[in-house]
Design a protein around this ligand. Structure first.
Ligand SMILES: *Cc1c(COP(=O)(O)O)cnc(C)c1O
Length: 397
């Protein structure tokens, strides 16, 4: 996708390509991993519990369970919530496919509720409209790092006795009405993919305050097998264990957990840089005709996983496609988050049709993700601002 010929004239703003996201791994991270590689435990060792404890403390949750990926975290949460074949689960289409796929893994049916055009998060009123007697859970996503309307969603969930599984893959370190994300919903899931706030290569976490859900998460991560004497149905001896449910091998390794511990210690520093750069973008773009900066709720604190600019197509003589290509020609690694999930061929072949969530589809045509990660320099941020101004001005009516 690099090296497109100039579209808006002149030299490209940058000579070197700037990606939209990249991990920050330093010497202390490397040392932490190497130490575990030289220890007796590569997996199922002491680093797992240490990572879980530190993570739970950081987000203010009672329990945390580390797993192999953010997708495994969602799958484990859906299992723990007791989703069975044909149960309906409501989520947003403005997310990565995994937020919906996790329901299908357990045989459930995904029901998409539209987004609020101001916050881009799932619209609680549309959730309420889409609840039926088969609805068994709600999966809000804290899109871009801005928490969903969790108070309203929790109220609706309580009324119908539904668990809330919060997909917080974007929202490590975010807060809602003074409370840290990870301590608010029945189950909250995180991802440690390299583009996310902290990384373990691949990795994920589920947090909960409920001891029963915690037991189910542990069971699911390890094939459905338990050795816990309190949970065994029979006891044949010290070697004895039981597979009590159909789980998976969703374990994470100890060297990944060591990387996670080392990364977590830098989380507040990473967040401060993301918030500062987002503030610089907001200031630079708020009066630029042709773009709309991301609206922020006053009672929430975003963790700024993504900076998504909305294009005011009414004021531009080009669509998102042309503007996307023009930004790449300036060597700026823009992206699009997301193609509404149900528009993918897999979902289309399962009966979902365009037009289901008009606000999400409209936003999809108008959105552009700009580079934002802690390893960027202020010079990089200025390059992005210069390129956006150049391209948007070039295509202005
Ligand atoms: C990244 C992401 C996931 C999946 O996480 P993986 O670690 O890549 O499996 C799920 N939901 C959202 C919203 C994400 O951004």
């Amino acid at each position: 996708m690099r090296g497109l010929p100039a579209i808006c004239g002149g030299e490209p703003v940058r000579q070197e390509f700037l990606p939209y996201a990249r991990q920050s791994v330093d010497e202390s991270d490397i040392a932490a991993v190497v130490e575990v590689l030289c220890s007796p435990f590569l997996t199922t060792g002491p680093k797992i519990q240490e990572f879980e404890q530190k993570f739970a403390d950081y987000v203010g949750a009672k329990y945390a369970v580390a797993v192999a990926t953010g997708t495994a975290a969602l799958h484990a949460a859906v299992f723990a919530a007791g989703i069975n074949p044909r149960d309906e689960v409501i989520t947003t289409p403005m997310t990565f496919a995994a937020s919906a796929n996790c329901v299908l893994y357990q045989g459930g049916r995904v029901v998409f509720a539209d987004i609020d055009p101001q916050t881009y998060n799932i619209d609680p009123e549309d959730i309420a409209r889409k609840i039926t007697e088969r609805t068994k859970a709600i999966i809000p996503v804290d899109y871009t790092g801005q928490p969903a309307r969790l108070d309203v969603i929790k109220k609706i969930a309580a009324e119908f006795n539904l668990p809330v599984i919060e997909d917080a893959a974007h929202a490590l370190g975010a807060a809602y009405q003074g409370q840290k994300v990870g301590s608010i919903s029945d189950l909250t899931t995180f991802s440690f993919h390299p583009v996310k706030h902290i990384t373990t290569g691949e990795g994920g976490m589920v947090t909960t305050n409920d001891p029963g859900l915690y037991e189910r998460l542990l069971l699911f991560r390890n094939h459905g097998i338990t050795r816990d004497k309190r949970l065994l149905m029979e006891d044949h001896g010290l070697w004895y264990y039981e597979q009590q449910a159909l789980g998976y091998n969703y374990r994470i390794t100890d060297f990944q957990a060591a990387l996670g511990i080392s990364q977590l210690a830098k989380s507040e520093m990473f967040l401060a840089v993301r918030r500062r750069y987002a503030g610089i973008y907001n200031e630079a773009f708020k009066d630029l005709p042709g773009v709309i900066v991301p609206w922020q709720a006053e009672d929430a604190r975003s963790s700024w996983h993504l900076y998504v600019l909305q294009l005011e197509l009414e004021k531009l003589k080009a669509g998102r496609k042309e503007i996307f290509e023009a930004m790449l020609a300036e060597n700026i690694g823009v992206n699009v988050h997301y193609i509404p999930v149900y528009l993918h061929p897999y979902y289309q072949s399962h009966g979902y049709r365009p037009g289901l969530c008009p606000e999400a589809e409209k936003l999809y045509e108008r959105m552009l993700t700009l580079p934002l990660f802690p390893g960027m320099t202020e010079g990089d941020v200025r390059d992005v601002i210069e390129a956006v101004s150049k391209v948007v001005t070039y295509f202005s009516i």
